[in-house]
Design a protein around this ligand. Structure first.
Ligand code: ZN
Ligand code: ZN
Length: 357
């Protein structure tokens, strides 16, 4: 009888031990309109689903089809391609939310993950279905890494530690996420609040902008560090990396603040909508973001790599095509890239506006 009573207690202790191992340190700082001293709050006050809904989804979910791709299915670009970095902009899709952005002599990675799983463990959790489009060892010298939040598919401990070892870049994170990196021996970090900026060099400034999402790596660290998107202003172009986000009213404000040339917007992990809508955009909403931020071009991301939701592997591309049709966009306005392929942009000479007295 005593043993029966002890089981819940032992389970709770086990949960605490596991959580202690995988959770991220929390942010400690001043309260503000979206930080109550313990947790961060979304711009539109929307919350992600709780434990009961996760249980409901796991019991009722209807998973679409996925196919496994192998290294032999990817045409890896030659390493020499990435050594040529000049004024023109080049954005290479690695996969998921990982891009190599080359602009103004800088090599910048977004949410890098090269691991086989998006998980704290190598034996369980969402498995990679497509290999990364650039071999890790072929990366050019990485100067800066942008991290949007601390979920496993965006902040992969193994990858960031490897990047530190090979390239020792500067990591830019939302508030509190730097503490996780520091814990793992990465000290070159800058943490930014929404609307804060950081000058990488005299030509390049990175701005943190709001996103509608949540954070947490364990059970008890939910929303205890911030999540964000980034606007990267370089000499030649302005790039918006939306991070992981649902649709919200704040995107129009981003469009008013910046003259965005190209946006990287999530189009995957959106089904079922009753569960995913507060945390992930579907392709239709992704096109609305493209319009709200007044982006000249957009590239879809966060699809086709890790099966994180109910839609099948090819559905995001199909639904993006439908959304383009609905909003009267051309295929060249909002598109996707194959792994290892790049979008390049040669800047037009800037015409200075006459300033009338
Ligand atoms: Zn996330
Ligand atoms: Zn994600």
């Amino acid at each position: 009888m005593i043993w029966l009573l002890a089981i819940p207690g032992l389970l709770f202790i086990g949960l605490l031990v596991v959580d202690f191992q995988i959770s991220a340190p929390r942010y400690k700082g001043q309260e503000c309109s979206y930080f109550d001293g313990k947790k961060f709050i979304n711009p539109d006050k929307l919350k992600g689903r709780g434990f009961i809904d996760i249980l409901k989804w796991s019991l009722t979910g209807d998973r679409g089809e996925w196919k496994k791709y192998y290294m032999t299915d990817v045409n890896f670009p030659a390493a020499s391609t990435f050594r040529k970095n000049n004024k023109s902009l080049s954005i290479t899709f690695v996969n998921h939310a990982t891009f190599l952005i080359q602009a103004d002599g800088l090599n910048i990675l977004t949410d890098p993950i090269w691991s086989r799983r998006a998980s704290p463990y190598s034996w369980i959790g969402p498995k990679r279905m497509r290999p990364p489009g650039i071999r890790f060892e072929d990366l050019p010298p990485i100067d800066v890494v942008l991290i949007s939040h601390n979920h496993y598919d965006h902040l992969d401990r193994r990858t960031v530690c490897r990047l530190k070892e090979w390239h020792d870049p500067l990591f830019i994170t939302p508030l509190g996420v730097d503490r996780f990196l520091n814990r793992h021996g990465i000290s070159q970090t800058v943490d930014l609040d929404w609307q804060q900026e950081y000058a990488i060099n005299e030509h390049t400034v990175v701005h943190s902008v709001p996103a509608q999402h949540f954070s947490g790596r364990g059970v008890f660290d939910r929303d205890k560090t911030l999540w964000c998107g980034y606007v990267l202003e370089t000499e030649s172009s302005t790039i918006y990396f939306a991070g992981d986000t649902a649709y919200g009213s704040f995107f129009t404000n981003i469009g008013h603040r910046f003259d965005i040339d190209i946006s990287l917007i999530p189009i995957g992990a959106y089904k079922p909508r009753w569960f995913m809508q507060p945390i992930h955009t579907d392709p239709d909403e992704a096109v609305q973001i493209h319009r709200d931020v007044q982006s000249k071009k957009s590239i879809g991301m966060h699809f086709g790599t890790f099966p994180l939701a109910d839609e099948g592997m090819e559905e995001p591309k199909h639904d993006l095509a439908e959304a383009r049709k609905k909003y009267g966009l051309d295929e060249t306005d909002f598109f996707t890239l194959d792994e290892g392929t790049a979008y390049t942009h040669q800047p037009e000479p800037k015409v200075l506006k006459e300033t009338g007295e």
